[in-house]
Design a binder for this molecule. Structure first.
Ligand SMILES: C[C@@](CO)(OP(=O)(O)O)[C@H](O)COP(=O)(O)OP(=O)(O)OC[C@H]1O[C@@H](n2ccc(N)nc2=O)[C@H](O)[C@@H]1O
Ligand SMILES: Nc1ncnc2c1ncn2[C@@H]1O[C@H](COP(=O)(O)OP(=O)(O)O)[C@@H](O)[C@H]1O
Length: 463
């Protein structure tokens, strides 16, 4: 039987939970059975991991999932864990589990991780001995890295004597191998236009909230100086693609003879006001600065970013921030932990056209950080214009407003709602009408790009 491996999709949550329930039956009669039988995989957390790109499925010939692997978010700097790996018993012994495991480890290595950890059972052939065949070695379970997992075992009545923790070291990708970097989306928590500069650009005030969700950029250094886009973004010509423009700009600026292959796994809706193109460009600047060993500092990269777009500097600096000027004067903010339902009305809004709109309020009084922090300042100057010109955006805002105070991000067309819990955000997202697509994401103060940069630099040793 042939199978293929692909990133899991949100619609597969139920199928993956069902696979886990079937796979757990293999433990009947084992001392761990009672605790396995009583516990099922939390679908909310699985969904969150899927939207972060941390779950892969094995698809059978009919295209249905027959197994999956789920990576934990970073457990400690440089290390990532395997939260779950399951194959339908009917499809066992065909190398599917091994292929999933290798796939996840290969991704972790490209993403700069130096170690993969897991907890498993010592006495079950398809557990510890299977992982040992794949380069995992048993490590000291008293290591503080496993304290949380062991505490959870105790709470679940799991037999500690049979529990082993295993690690597999990963070598860093060599020059010329693919590397993987995150390009997070942003939201504008409010946006005011307070003036217009002589060059036609608008002066604005906004709060950029970075998200833990976004695109994935893959980069591979080339020795021949070529910048090539390995996989195109539909509707964007190679020369216009912000990732290609960013790489060429950096190459010219630093006068390097090195080149790069670039691929983007696009998840952020284009023209959605979530800064996808800008974030991709920032990731290329930051990552190639490291891969090409140019040694440019953050200010130099942010200035190159500004030449590509007003939204690029915030992604280069990688901190949620209060912004002024054209969006490049940034003051990092520590914002309360919040979750967001981001609704995509499938309507690309052209930013330049909205900035040109005669009905746009472009002389608003200046807001202050404290007026924002008190919750007084939440409006977006583009909202009335975007809603009047794009009925789908108005409809999305109207629907989401039924659950709280929905807002437009940037020049739209995406709208969002801020919530205190992920579960609540997922509950709203589940009710999303078919005309729109809902994403759930967490707000972060520090961009995942900065953590990825540290990992790739090996600045944080794995042990
Ligand atoms: C509105 C915002 C809010 O974060 O976000 P998006 O809706 O694009 O995500 C940004 O200011 C958008 O930044 P960005 O998308 O990088 O804009 P750019 O490529 O630099 O400019 C696109 C066009 O928008 C206009 N523009 C942009 C920024 C600005 N402060 N004043 C402007 O007048 C210019 O006419 C420019 O030709
Ligand atoms: N790598 C890229 N990703 C997305 N859009 C890109 C990219 N390169 C160029 N673009 C162009 O930039 C436009 C704005 O894209 P995007 O940054 O996603 O939206 P917004 O500015 O609304 O946040 C797109 O419609 C597309 O034509």
């Amino acid at each position: 039987m042939s199978f293929s491996i692909a990133r899991a999709e949100p619609g597969q949550v139920e199928a993956l939970c069902a696979i886990e329930r079937k796979a757990v039956h293999l433990f009947r009669g084992h001392p761990a059975w009672t605790s396995y039988a009583a516990l099922s995989m939390p679908p909310e957390q699985l969904l969150q991991a899927i939207s972060r790109g941390l779950v892969w499925v094995a698809l059978g010939e009919a295209g249905d999932p027959v197994g999956f692997v789920w990576l934990d978010a970073e457990l400690e700097p440089g290390a990532i864990g395997i939260a779950e790996i399951d194959v339908l018993p009917l499809y066992g012994r065909r190398g599917i589990g091994a292929a999933l495991l290798e796939h996840a480890c290969a991704w972790a290595r490209s993403a700069g991780y130096r170690r993969v950890d897991l907890g498993t059972l010592a006495d079950v052939p398809w557990n510890a001995p299977f992982y040992a065949k794949h380069g995992f070695v048993v490590v000291d379970k008293h290591d503080p890295a496993f304290a949380f997992a062991r505490q959870r075992d105790r709470e679940n009545g799991f037999p500690d004597t049979l529990r082993v923790f295993m690690s597999r070291p990963l070598t860093p990708p060599a020059s010329g191998e693919w590397t993987v970097w995150p390009a997070p989306a942003k939201l504008n928590l409010f946006l005011r236009i307070v003036g217009r500069r002589a060059d036609g650009y608008h002066e604005l005030q906004t709060v950029f909230r970075l998200l833990d969700w976004g695109d994935e950029v893959r980069l591979r250094v080339r020795d021949d100086g070529e910048i090539r886009r390995a996989r195109g973004i539909p509707g964007v010509a190679e020369a216009d693609d912000l990732v290609v423009r960013a790489a060429r700009l950096l190459q010219r600026h630093a006068a390097t003879k090195l080149g790069a292959d670039i691929e983007v796994d696009k998840r952020i809706p284009m023209g959605g006001g979530l800064g996808g193109g800008s974030s991709d460009a920032a990731t290329v600047l930051v990552a190639l600065n490291q891969l090409w060993r140019l040694g440019l500092d953050e200010d130099a990269l942010a200035e190159l970013g500004r030449q590509l777009g007003a939204d690029v500097p915030v992604f280069v600096r990688g901190r949620s921030a209060w912004a002024e000027g054209v969006g490049e004067q940034l003051t990092p903010l520590a914002l309360p932990p919040r979750h967001y339902v981001v609704l995509d009305p499938h309507e690309a809004v052209p930013t330049a056209a909205l900035f040109q709109a005669s009905e746009l309020t472009r002389n608003a009084p200046r807001a202050t950080i404290s007026s924002f922090a008190s919750g007084e300042t939440t409006e977006n100057a583009f909202a009335p214009v975007a809603c009047a010109r794009h009925p789908r955006v108005a409809a999305a805002l109207d629907w989401l407003d039924g659950f709280g105070q929905a807002r437009l991000s940037g020049s739209g067309g995406c709208v969002f709602l801020e919530l205190r819990s992920m579960e609540r955000a997922q509950a709203v997202a589940r009710q999303c009408p078919v005309a729109f697509t809902a994403h759930v994401a967490g707000g972060v103060d520090v961009s995942p790009l900065l953590s990825s940069l540290k990992r790739h630099a090996g600045a944080v040793p794995a042990d």
